[in-house]
Design a protein around this ligand. Structure first.
Ligand code: P6P
Length: 345
């Protein structure tokens, strides 16, 4: 009898959960912006379905093409990109889109109010081994002038100008984490009804951590400051940081950031000397900025080592940026080693 009552309560609780539109309308989001967010999620629900099909859909594996980043495109990279691009460019309130998978920005509606940048399938090297991947999106207001969405210059705004940012994590469950500047909420896709429902609200990142995420195989290419910080972590209790650290690396930024939101941590993809012409591996407009808005809205910090990522003035839609983000007090330790201590409280 007890078992039946528990399962019944869970069902009742689920149907009392707030839907996405109920939450964002309470945040004072304009009807136009709500429609843009909803279209992003229409595409993401289709991406989630296609990912869930795996081998059955015959869409795993790589294409023979490379994107502008010099990365071989997976079939699902292209499919996900096309879904988001087609859905958003047909939305009357979208002036243009920028994608990791597109060389140039693409025009939507000339009088659209919003610009959307996205990484359609971040971490896609994980697809063929069935590990978590995600979609990252960032929304800016379009300048009120005559330039059209295929002019990348209208996108070149610092991350502080974002009006919304989020990601969809395609894991054991499909989760949406999003902010419109009033905190960070977590929604779970209820596949039975095709709705994202609020499952955790106002997420906060713990200020301290003992878990770092970095690709250690690049250690010989890092700047001395990063080498020193990681060396201090590895010295554990006997070292200058005075505690034992754990390490994680999923090679999927969405999964790393989600773990940090839930249990704290610090994620770093620092500058490395493999290609001195590049500021880092990760891209500012559709990885660094949206993840930084989420992390800062959840009480964390996000820095290049020398300035907050959302203060960087972009020069190109595909600008790269060093990324150090996560638990506030740990990010401050790393940034202090670079000498430019963040004075944010
Ligand atoms: P590496 C995925 O390709 C990605 O852009 C991020 O999601 C991830 O954190 C990073 O690159 C992984 O890079 O060099 O470890 O494969």
């Amino acid at each position: 009898m007890l078992k039946l009552s528990i399962s019944f309560n869970r069902k009742v609780e689920r149907f009392s959960m707030k839907r996405l539109d109920q939450v964002i309308s309470q945040e004072g989001v304009s009807a136009e912006l709500e429609l843009v967010i909803k279209d992003i999620l229409v595409a993401c629900k289709d991406i989630a379905y296609k990912l869930g099909q795996g081998e059955l859909a015959g869409i795993l594996g790589a294409t023979e093409d490379e994107n502008i980043q010099g990365e071989t495109q997976k079939m699902l990279d292209v499919i996900s990109n096309d879904l988001l691009k087609d859905t958003l460019c047909s939305n009357a309130f979208v002036k243009g889109v920028g994608s990791e998978e597109e060389d140039y920005t693409i025009a939507g509606h000339a009088d659209g109010k919003y610009l959307v940048t996205f990484d359609p399938l971040d971490g896609s090297s994980n697809i063929d081994v069935n590990l978590s991947v995600g979609t990252i999106f960032s929304i800016l207001e379009a300048p009120e002038d005559s330039r059209t969405g295929d002019d990348q210059n209208i996108f070149l705004q610092p991350g502080r100008k974002q009006v919304a940012a989020g990601y969809v994590l395609y894991g054991p469950s499909t989760l949406l984490v999003m902010t419109t500047g009033k905190g960070v909420n977590l929604f779970t896709l209820d596949a039975n009804v095709g709705e994202f429902v609020l499952t955790q609200e106002q997420l906060k990142i713990t200020e301290d951590t003992a878990e770092f995420a970095i690709n250690m195989s690049n250690q010989r290419f890092w700047e001395p400051e990063m080498k020193e910080y990681i060396d201090h972590c590895l010295q554990g209790e006997e070292g200058p940081l005075g505690k034992r650290y754990n390490m994680r690396w999923v090679a999927s930024m969405v999964a790393e950031v989600h773990r940090i939101l839930i249990r704290g941590g610090i994620f770093m993809y620092p500058y490395d000397s493999r290609d001195p012409s590049k500021a880092g591996k990760l891209r500012l407009m559709y990885e660094g900025n949206p993840m930084s808005m989420i992390v800062e809205q959840a009480g964390g910090l996000s820095s290049t080592g020398h300035q907050c990522i959302m203060d960087v003035e972009p020069q190109d839609i595909h600008d790269r940026v060093p990324v150090i983000l996560g638990s506030k007090n740990e990010v401050k330790k790393v940034v202090a080693m670079y000498g430019d201590y963040i004075t944010k409280s």
